[in-house]
Every structure is written in structure tokens, then in C-alpha cells.
Ligand binder design. Structure first.
Ligand SMILES: *Cc1c(COP(=O)(O)O)cnc(C)c1O
Length: 490
């Protein structure tokens, strides 16, 4: 199967590209994103067949239906990385929290957040494409916390790939920073920037667009790529767990095959929710996808009033920082799927020129047929963390907690919900300690210990060990010096 871009014009369709090409240059030449030409239809037969499959068997069969230009052996090797998760027989546990609410836990990978679900296998795929082409790639990543550790972990010691990861000094949690600066491998470089996340991200965007930088890289026999969340090589792995979670509910006897469920997704850049939407289009029985946001509620507003409005809007720092995003890139793929490429181009141009676009009333109805949304602020989120722990004995992180409000406000109580948990409590411990005990200004280590006592939970070894590991990357620089520092590394 080939890939086309979201912003092509109907009369002048750009050529389609292979999966490998879509991975290596995730942003299409016209400024849009790559989407599959068609989605495979899985049908009931596929779902019945996989009722008793392992996660990896389901994943392999689903990926095969996409007919991508990656050898079966490579795909198998990529999927083997799910063996590193807590329980290799069940990398994504789905647990019942209360009547009609099930939580699919996407955080059991090596860096304890859901980015591992896609980035773990993605690292193998990208490295194998680079080896096959006999090319060397530099992956640039800017992170506010979760993508950086997951990208470093997956590319560590992989052939033909080097990673430079930029993070805002002081802008991540201790655990997230330690996960990056203690990651020891010759092909990895972690750089702290004096600035905020946007500075790191803007610096990265400038480098990705700079011909001068690309020419300098060529001298080092290196090409540039990115592992950001619009890369279809990540999205494809995010379809699988939605299907898996549904089948888990059937296995547990909670639903019958074909019964519709809500998928409730804590959303930022919309990769997770897009995976659910594609699973639905491929044949999963879904009532609606419920989008949960924090105070940066552009998505909630879009879905409720049809306006994507960034005018007079600034990013707010919240207790769920991985969702502190205003330009939610993957929504473009939904717009394309519903309204076609001409309209996508028009709306995305509006957004770039005016920081605003508006759907027609008919378009809004169509969007609302598939999506519903609500947002939850930090105080509400902390109350959900505390109450869910007290009443249901379940401890959730602040991103997952945003689903609790929309579960109450957006769902028909007769229909079951699968909500997605995107991070383990260990990743955002100061907020959770504050929610449970009221303690303030606690650093990660102290918060981890206090939650562990309060909730009677073990701190996982990979988190505990971080605090004793040697710091390998201690470079903190001004943003003007990033390019120089990267070339020095190469
Ligand atoms: C990345 C992330 C999200 C947002 O996911 P999107 O796919 O970008 O919508 C939510 N929670 C956590 C913990 C994350 O790391």
C-alpha cells in the first residue's frame, strides 16, 4: 500500500510514496501529512480470528493487511520489543475500574509512558530501512518530557541512526530528565537548552527546514529525519492497541463481539485518538471517540463549536504537560478523511495565515458523529485522582484523570467505555502526591516514596535505579549554539 498527502489538490495529485518514504520524510512536500491511500477492512472475521491471539500475533496480522514495504522478518523483530514490557504475554492490560469503565494501560514499556507503544517497534523499523538503503540518519527530537526518553531508548545502539534530543533545562520532571541524561550510548546526544519547550521545538523546526544545515550533515554522510508524532511509522502501531483493548473486553465477558464501545482518549497531538479512529474505520465497533483535554482545550472547542481558534491563545502549563499543545497536528488527518484534500488544504492555510478556521455546520455535524469532547482542569483532575483511588482503589496519572470528567459528561451510561491510561504514576509523582496527601513542592524522589507508602505500591526498578545512575549528558547550552553542538557530536 502507498501513501498520499493530505493537502494535495484533486486536479494535481502528487505522486504517492511507499511506507518507507513516508517514514523517512514524515512531512509531505506540499506541507501536509502522509495518509494511507485506503485503509484495510478487517471485518468481523479478523476480530473473531484474533479473539485468542497474543498481542504480537494480532499486531503482525494487522500490519500485514497494510501491505507495507517492510520485510516480515523486520516486522517480527520490531514486535518482539513488546517482550520487554512488564508482562510479555499481555503488554497492554485492560482493567475494570467501575461499572462500564475499563482502563487500557499503555504505559508498561521501558520508559513508563505510552510513547513506548509506538516508538519501541518504530526504532527497529527505521534503523532497518536505513541499513537497507545504506544511509545514515540523524533523528532530531525536541521533548517536553515523554517523547525524548522513549526515542532515546528505542534508538540506543541501533545501526545507521543517531539521535539528538533537545529538552528545556528545568522544564521536565526529574524522572524524565534522568531518563534522558543517563542514557549511555555512542549514537545518542542529549542537550539541555536554556529556555522553554517552545524554544527547543522552534530550534528543531528551523534546523529541519535549513538547507545549510542539511548540507553540513551531508559532509558527515548523514541525512535528516524526525520521529515526531505525525510520523505514520508511529501511527500505524497505535491502531493495534485499540483493537486489542476491544478484544480484551470481549475475552473478559464485558461485551459481546460487535457491541459498540466508547474510546476515551487523553489527547494532545491526537496520535492516540487517530489510531482509534482508524481502528473504527477498519471495522471495530465504536459508538464514539471521546476526546479528553486539559486547560489547553482547542480540541474540545473544535469538536463542540466547529472552530479551531488559536487567536489570543497561549499554551498554559498544566498538571498534564504532555497534553500542553495548541497545534494538534494529527487532527489534519481526520479533516482529510472526512472532507478531502482540497478542503484540508484550505482549512490548514486558514490556520497558518489567521490562526483560525471554521467548519461549516454540515461538517461539524459529521465531526460530531464521530467525536465528543470535554476538558478537565488541574484541580478537577487531582480530585479525580484522589477519589478514584479512595473509592475504586485505582491510581491514575494526571493525563489519564482528564478522561474521568468526559466519561461522566459525554457518555451514555448504558454503553461501556475504554479509557486509555497514558502514563504510570511514577512519571508525574509530584502532582499525584499532591492529589493524595496535599503535600506541595515535593521533588520526584520524595513524592515517589510518599505515594509508594500511601498507595502501597512498589516503585518499579527502572525508576528507582535512575537516581543512582551516572549522568552522561551534562551539556546545557543557549539555543543559538544548538547547530554547532550537533555538528560537533557528528
Ligand atoms: C504524548 C502523551 C499524550 C498525548 O498523546 P497524543 O497522541 O499526542 O494525543 C497524553 N499523555 C501522555 C502521558 C503522553 O506522553
Amino acid at each position: 500500500m502507498n501513501f498520499i498527502q493530505t493537502r494535495g489538490s484533486e486536479s494535481n495529485k502528487p505522486t504517492s510514496v511507499t511506507f518507507s518514504e513516508a517514514i523517512l520524510s514524515p512531512i509531505a512536500s506540499f506541507g501536509g501529512l502522509y495518509v494511507p491511500e485506503t485503509l484495510p477492512n478487517l471485518g468481523e472475521e479478523f476480530l473473531n480470528k484474533h479473539l485468542n491471539s497474543s498481542y504480537k500475533e494480532l499486531a503482525f496480522d494487522m500490519l500485514s493487511r497494510f501491505e507495507i514495504d517492510i520485510d516480515a522478518e523486520v516486522i517480527k523483530k520490531a514486535l518482539d520489543l513488546y517482550d520487554k514490557f512488564d508482562d510479555k504475554n499481555n503488554p497492554v492490560p485492560v482493567v475494570k475500574i467501575k461499572e462500564n469503565l475499563y482502563i487500557s494501560e499503555l504505559y508498561h514499556g521501558p520508559t513508563r509512558a505510552f510513547k513506548d507503544m509506538a516508538l519501541q517497534p518504530f526504532g527497529v523499523i527505521l534503523s532497518s530501512i536505513a541499513q537497507k538503503r545504506d544511509e545514515n540518519y540523524l533523528i532530531l527530537a525536541a521533548t517536553s518530557g515523554d517523547t525524548g526518553p522513549a526515542a532515546l531508548e528505542t534508538f540506543k545502539n541501533r545501526s545507521n541512526v543517531k539521535v539528538v534530543c533537545l529538552y528545556p533545562n528545568g522544564g521536565t520532571s526529574d524522572v524524565q530528565r534522568l531518563q534522558m541524561v543517563t542514557e549511555d550510548a555512542l549514537n545518542l546526544k542529549v542537550i539541555g537548552i536554556n529556555g522553554v519547550f517552545d524554544d527547543a521545538q522552534n530550534a528543531l523546526k528551523m534546523l529541519l527546514a535549513s538547507d545549510e544545515f542539511k548540507t553540513s550533515l551531508k559532509k558527515h554522510n548523514t541525512l535528516l529525519s524526525a520521529a515526531n508524532s505525525v510520523n505514520f511509522g508511529r501511527i500505524i502501531f497505535q491502531i493495534i492497541y485499540h483493537i486489542h483493548s476491544y478484544l480484551e473486553l470481549v475475552r473478559q465477558g464485558a461485551i459481546t463481539q460487535g457491541e459498540k464501545v466508547y474510546l476515551n482518549v487523553p489527547s494532545g497531538n491526537f496520535g492516540n485518538a487517530l489510531g482509534g479512529y482508524y481502528a473504527w474505520k477498519m471495522g471495530l465497533a465504536v459508538e464514539k471517540i471521546v476526546i479528553s483535554s486539559n486547560e489547553n482545550n482547542v480540541l474540545t472547542r473544535l469538536i463542540n463549536n466547529g472552530k479551531y481558534d488559536l487567536r489570543h491563545c497561549e499554551v498554559i502549563s498544566t498538571t498534564s504537560p504532555a497534553m500542553d499543545i495548541l497545534k494538534s497536528s494529527n487532527i489534519e488527518r481526520i479533516i482529510y478523511d472526512m472532507f478531502g484534500s482540497e478542503r484540508t488544504k484550505e482549512l490548514m492555510n486558514d490556520l497558518e495565515m489567521n490562526n483560525f478556521y471554521e467548519l461549516t455546520p454540515e461538517e461539524l455535524v459529521k465531526l460530531q458523529d464521530s467525536f465528543d469532547a470535554d476538558f478537565c482542569n488541574g484541580d478537577e483532575g487531582k480530585k479525580y485522582i484522589k477519589d478514584t483511588f479512595k473509592n475504586d482503589g485505582y491510581l491514575m496519572d494526571p493525563h489519564t484523570a482528564t478522561c474521568m470528567k468526559s466519561f461522566n459528561s459525554c457518555s451514555n451510561p448504558a454503553i461501556k467505555t475504554i479509557a486509555y491510561s497514558t502514563a504510570e504514576w511514577t512519571k508525574f509523582s509530584p502532582v499525584i502526591a499532591n492529589a493524595l496527601t496535599g503535600e506541595v513542592d515535593t521533588k520526584d524522589l520524595k513524592a515517589l516514596v510518599s505515594i509508594s507508602k500511601e498507595a502501597n505500591l512498589e516503585i518499579p526498578s527502572m525508576i528507582k535505579e535512575l537516581f543512582n545512575k551516572k549522568i552522561v549528558h551534562d551539556v546545557i547550552i543557549e539555543k543559538e549554539d544548538i547547530q554547532k553542538e550537533i555538528l560537533k557530536f557528528l
